[in-house]
Design a protein around this ligand. Structure first.
Ligand code: SRM
Ligand code: SF4
Length: 523
């Protein structure tokens, strides 16, 4: 069933109404008109909501200066694409910047509505798209950041991630089949042994697993282990509820992944709960139906039965962060992970990253869910010179242990949901802690400005979630503290351990936690 104005007249929430009145993707044909009208004269629903279907976000915090969210499948782009993104933000001077996101993606800031036709033309020329990246669409699809580079990988996720994106977006043109989901939807494909995509926090995830029974006769027997994926469903974070994904009890071969994505999305689109937006993510449908019914509906759409899941998946490593210099599986080549503090880039940085990728590598640039950059394909012979480049002073390959693992969502600077400022505060606080403590083990600190959890505090060693706290009878910016998030092998979500700490009192609290739980020593 596709939801239309006719089928859903009663009890529609505001968002279902606006989608039934006019599909979000329709604004694609109206960009020139909007550019001409200007943001103040536009229809408010088109401006505040429907533009998100083409990746353009009105920012109430900075009215008239929009954000654009790209789609960077598997977090991989080339130097020409990076230059186009740089040139877009460059024209906005101090208002222009970019953020690497927790979904291996890039968001641009400062965008003026009158420039959209030109920006979309430039994207098109280099094969970039921002389509269907917000609202009730499938978000950027994450894949292994070292796909095709890692000697130990089980599957190179690049092609399949691109194929899923092409299916969902009609090769970046927009695909009305998938522009009216009940809510947002996240997909991740893990190809290595370390779960580098946080599979467990996605609505739909594929984790490496050999087909049950295959290869059991052992080495030399002639029977090969057959590679594929176990499927997880229903993982999500929201202000109301956070859940790790649960097994669908299904195994698929790599060739079946795109069809399974389509089938799962069709079932969700046509049956997902639409009455209450706080109860619309896939997990709520799984609650209502149970996994068995959901699985059989997916099988019906697929037109075939799914094999049962393999009891053991192949995620058996601790998670890597890829910051630093690493040998590739291709002899004589290296990939280098640069640490980008809280993911924030400016035009000049982006031009320089593009040029380093071209001069030393093959022009390829990769992004990680830790909001960092990887430049691959640097020959041994060029590595020493690369490491002397001045950009690496700022984007270090060997940052301090707390700074290294810091992740932060956008926060109050640009996000109207934010209850606190995040990125700058996060950086200042780890610097202050680093000046008073010696640490020998990494500690992953994630900041998120509100309970929506874009900064994924539940996967962190220490997660900090913005809240309103009270101090001396006054409301002040504060955080709830989460601990115990485990990533990689045996991933599980952290839990709230302390509530309502005023940000101004947080540093000594973190200091104590680092000493008590992570072996930090006062200097
Ligand atoms: Fe998010 C809404 C930023 C990853 C859960 N998220 C928003 C909005 C669009 C709200 C808004 O309109 O201001 C934020 C835009 C602020 C801005 O100007 O940047 C926003 N989310 C982000 C990013 C940029 C955080 C970051 O700094 O990296 C991430 C962009 C990812 C991307 O490239 O697409 C981002 N958001 C996430 C994640 C993490 C993930 O996907 O692994 C989550 C939790 C996982 C999940 O969704 O299950 C997340 N964002 C939300 C939610 C809560 C969803 C829910 O079901 O309730 C909202 C609010 C909503 O959708 O109603 C939200
Ligand atoms: Fe905005 Fe809240 Fe998401 Fe941070 S967690 S980007 S403050 S919606």
């Amino acid at each position: 069933m596709t939801v239309t104005a006719e089928t859903t007249k009663v009890n529609l929430n505001k968002f279902e109404k606006l989608k039934a009145e006019k599909d979000g993707l329709a604004v694609k044909e109206e960009i020139a008109k909007f550019a001409h009208l200007g943001w103040e004269a536009m229809d408010a629903t088109d401006r505040d909501h429907r533009l998100k279907w083409v990746g353009v976000f009105f920012r109430p915090v900075t009215p008239g200066k929009f954000m654009m969210r790209m789609r960077i499948p598997n977090g991989i782009l080339n130097s020409n694409q990076m230059r186009v993104l740089a040139s877009v933000v460059q024209r906005y001077g101090d208002d222009g910047s970019a953020d690497i996101t927790t979904r291996q993606n890039i968001q641009l800031r400062g965008i003026r509505i009158e420039d959209l036709p030109d920006i979309f033309n430039r994207f098109h020329a280099v094969g970039l798209t921002s389509v269907q990246s917000g609202m009730d669409n499938v978000r950027n699809i994450t894949g292994d950041p070292v796909a095709g580079l890692d000697a130990d990988e089980l599957y190179d996720t690049r092609e399949v991630v691109q194929q899923i994106q092409d299916m969902l977006t009609n090769k970046g043109q927009g695909n009305p089949e998938f522009t009216n989901l009940p809510r947002k939807f996240n997909i991740a494909i893990a190809g290595g042994r370390d779960n580098s995509v946080h599979a467990e926090i996605n609505d739909l995830a594929f984790v490496p697993a050999f087909k049950e029974g295959s290869g059991e006769l052992g080495v030399g027997s002639g029977e090969e282990a057959i590679f594929g994926f176990n499927i997880l469903v229903g993982g999500f974070f929201s202000a109301k509820r956070c859940e790790a994904a649960i097994p669908l009890n299904a195994w698929v071969s790599p060739e079946e992944v795109v069809a399974v994505c389509r089938a799962v999305l069709e079932v969700y689109r046509d049956n997902g709960l639409r009455a209450n937006r706080l109860k619309s993510r896939l997990m709520w449908l799984l609650d209502e139906w149970g996994v068995d019914k959901f699985r059989s509906e997916v099988e019906q759409r697929l037109g075939k039965s799914l094999l049962p899941a393999t009891p053991k998946d192949e995620i058996d490593w601790e998670k890597r962060d890829h910051v630093g210099v690493y040998k590739q599986k291709q002899s004589g080549l290296n990939y280098v992970g640069l640490h980008i503090p809280v993911g924030r880039l400016y035009a000049q940085d982006m031009f320089e990253i593009a040029s380093l990728a071209e001069v030393y590598g093959n022009g390829e640039i990769r992004l990680t869910v830790e909001q960092n950059v990887i430049i691959p394909n640097i020959p041994d012979s060029r590595l020493a010179t690369f490491l002397t480049e001045s950009l690496l002073q700022r984007f270090s390959i060997n940052p301090h242990v707390l700074t290294r693992s810091l992740v932060s969502c956008t926060g109050a600077q640009f996000c109207n949901f934010a209850l606190i400022e995040t990125k700058n505060r996060a950086l200042e606080m780890v610097k202050a802690l680093e000046s008073e403590l010696t640490l020998t083990q990494p500690v992953r600190i994630h900041w998120t400005g509100c309970p929506n959890s874009c900064g994924q505090p539940q996967v962190a060693d220490i997660g900090l979630m913005g809240t309103k706290a009270r101090k001396n009878g006054k409301a002040v910016e504060g955080v709830d503290i989460y601990m115990g998030g485990k990533v990689g092998k045996d991933a599980h979500l952290g839990e709230c351990v302390q509530k309502g700490i005023p940000c101004e009192d947080l540093q000594p609290v973190l200091r104590d936690l680092l000493i008590q739980h992570f072996g930090a020593k006062p200097i």
